[in-house]
Design a protein around this ligand. Structure first.
Ligand code: FES
Length: 200
């Protein structure tokens, strides 16, 4: 059983919006009649988008009905993948990568800043109720480690003080520019070298 946090307070019902119903109709056309269950991940994603970035259990029940699959199967998918939130997250939702390359480059200090400026425990909303954080596995931007994702954007080449500044900006309802925080273009070398040079 997953250790994912499930919200204690749950709405009784969940309905997809009209726009999302139209998207689901189109989406289901992509799958053969006996493979509709494969749409479970995009449907979970739509439910999460519609509901302030978290999925209530009522939405899992609805998806199991739409796809005609057992509720427990939908539950298993939703609890397996870290990208699905089953309890409310902040308007600023921080996911700190703590896998080896980021860890070696200091992700522990970014986690310390999360504990200091957001909440002492991951998965808990801060007292202003506008941000929360969690640790995640590799987000595929190891060359710019350490990094974190805030909502849909990557913040890379972090250090303790840069992370602190970003978290403090939440209080003013602001987010700094995403991408490399040291001005690096993509993942070019930090010394600005553009070609391989044996003698360099
Ligand atoms: S290890 Fe952090 S992005 Fe890959």
């Amino acid at each position: 059983m997953s250790g994912k946090k499930i919200a204690k307070e749950q709405p009784d019902q969940f309905e997809f919006s009209l726009d999302n119903k139209k998207i689901i109709e189109k989406l289901l056309l992509k799958y053969p009649e006996d493979r509709k269950k494969s749409a479970v991940m995009p449907l979970l994603y739509l439910a999460q988008r519609q509901n302030n970035n978290w999925i209530p259990l009522a939405a899992l029940r609805l998806i199991s009905n739409i796809l005609n699959m057992p509720y427990i199967k939908v539950y298993e998918v939703a609890t397996f993948y870290t990208m699905y939130n089953l309890s409310p997250v902040g308007k600023y939702f921080v996911q700190v990568c703590t896998t080896t390359p980021c860890m070696i480059k200091g992700s522990g200090k970014i986690v310390d800043m999360c504990k200091k400026h957001i909440s002492s425990k991951q998965g808990e909303l801060n007292k202003e109720l506008n941000s929360s954080w969690t640790e995640v596995e590799c987000l595929g931007a190891c060359v710019n480690a350490p990094m974190m994702q805030i909502n849909d954007q990557y913040y890379e080449d972090l250090n303790e003080s840069i992370a602190e500044k970003i978290f403090l900006s939440f209080k003013n309802n602001q987010l700094p520019k995403f991408g490399s925080q040291i001005g690096r273009v993509s993942s070019e070398p930090t010394n600005n070298r553009k070609t391989l040079n044996r003698n360099a």
